[in-house]
Design a protein around this ligand. Structure first.
Ligand code: DAK
Length: 259
C-alpha cells in the first residue's frame, strides 16, 4: 500500500520494518493524514508475522516538529473533539511489537510525544527534544505532561512544558528520556541494531514483556506485580520457553519460533 506522507520499509533489516515520516519541507509536521497513515502502517506491520520490531524515523533535520500548526490554527474545541485524534494515538499505543524511534534534529510537541509512545529512543547528537506548545498559546495534548514527567521527573518536565525550552540529546539521555546518543551518521544504524537485538528474542516473550512494562504506567505496584506474574506464567505455555531454556543448557543459540 502506498502512502503520501510516510514511507514503509517492510525489510529495513531482517525481521525489522521501518516507517519514515516524510514531509521534509514541513519538518515532518504531523498532520491528520500523516498520523492516519502512520496508524494504518503500524497496525499492518503489527499483524505481519515476518516482522518482529519496527523503527520509526524522520530525516537528519527533523524527526517531527510537532502537530501541524497550520492545520490546527483555525479549529475550535468542538472541531478538535470531533476529529478525535486520540483514537489514532491510542491505536499506536496499542501496537504489540516493540517500536524504536530513531531521532535526529527536532522532536518537538507531538513529535516528542510520538517518540515517547515508542518503546525505546535512539538519538543523534543533533537531536533536540521539547514541548513548545506553551509558546503558541496551548499545552501538550498527547502525553507531554504525563509521559514526559514520568520519564524526566517534575523539575525538568515543568521547565520544558512551561518555558518551551528544548533539551539536547545528551541532556535527554542524562534525564532518562532516551536510550542512546550517537553521531548523526549512525543514529538510524544504531536504532536498527537495537531492533535486531530485540528481534532475535522470542516474539511472544517480547510482546508480554512490553505489555508488562507499559502496565507499570497505569497501575499501583501490587496490581502491576500480579499482571507481570500472569504474563510470566503464560510464557511457560510456549515452545519458545522450552527452546530458550534447552538452548541455554545445551550451550547453543536458541531458535525461537514465535510459538
Ligand atoms: N506545523 C506546521 N508547519 C511547521 C511546523 C509545525 N509544527 N514546524 C515547522 N513547520 C514549517 C514552517 O512553517 C516552515 O514552513 P514554510 O514557512 O517554509 O512554509 C518549515 O516547516 C520550516 O520551518 P522553519 O522555517 O520554522 O525552520 P527553522 O529551522 O527556522 O525553525 C523550528 C525550526 C522547529 C524551531 C520551528 O519550525 C518551530 O518552532 N516549529 C514549531 C514547533 C512547535 O511549536 N511544535 C509544537 C506544535 S503543537 C494531540 C496530539 C498532538 C498534539 C496535540 C494534540 N491530540 C491527540 C489531540 C501536538 C501539538 C503540537 O505538536
Amino acid at each position: 500500500m502506498s502512502y503520501e506522507f510516510i514511507v514503509v520499509h517492510e525489510e529495513l533489516a531482517p525481521l525489522v520494518a521501518g516507517v519514515q515520516l516524510n514531509r521534509p519541507k514541513e519538518l515532518n509536521a504531523l498532520n491528520l493524514q500523516l498520523m492516519g497513515e502512520l496508524r494504518s502502517a503500524l497496525e499492518k506491520l503489527d499483524s505481519n508475522d515476518d516482522i518482529r520490531s519496527i523503527v520509526i524515523f524522520g530525516n537528519e533535520r527533523a524527526f517531527a516538529a510537532g502537530a501541524d500548526i497550520k492545520q490546527m490554527a483555525g479549529k475550535g474545541a468542538i472541531d478538535m473533539l470531533k476529529i478525535d485524534q486520540f483514537s489514532t494515538w491510542d491505536a499506536i499505543r496499542r501496537v504489540k511489537k516493540p517500536i524504536i524511534a530513531a531521532v535526529s534534529g527536532f522532536a518537538l510537541g507531538g513529535g516528542c510525544e510520538l517518540t515517547m509512545l515508542c518503546d525505546m529512543i535512539v538519538a543523534s547528537e543533533t537531536a533536540q527534544f521539547g514541548q513548545p506548545e506553551i509558546s503558541i498559546g496551548v499545552m501538550p495534548g498527547a502525553g507531554g505532561t504525563q509521559r514526559l514527567t514520568r520519564a524526566v521527573g517534575k523539575a525538568r518536565a515543568m521547565e520544558m512544558v512551561l518555558t518551551g525550552n528544548f533539551i539536547s540529546a545528551q541532556e535527554a539521555k542524562e534525564a532518562g528520556l532516551i536510550n542512546k546518543v550517537v553521531p548523526v551518521d549512525l543514529y538510524l544504524e544504531e536504532a536498527i541494531k537495537l531492533a535486531q537485538k530485540v528481534s532475535e528474542k522470542s516474539p511472544i516473550a517480547v510482546q508480554l514483556a512490553k505489555e508488562s512494562v507499559l502496565k507499570s504506567f497505569d497501575t499501583g505496584l501490587q496490581e502491576g506485580l500480579f499482571f507481570e506474574r500472569k504474563n510470566f506464567y503464560t510464557l511457560f505455555a510456549t515452545e519458545d520457553q522450552k527452546e530458550g531454556m534447552a538452548a541455554f543448557i545445551e550451550k547453543r543459540k536458541p531458535e525461537f519460533k514465535n510459538k
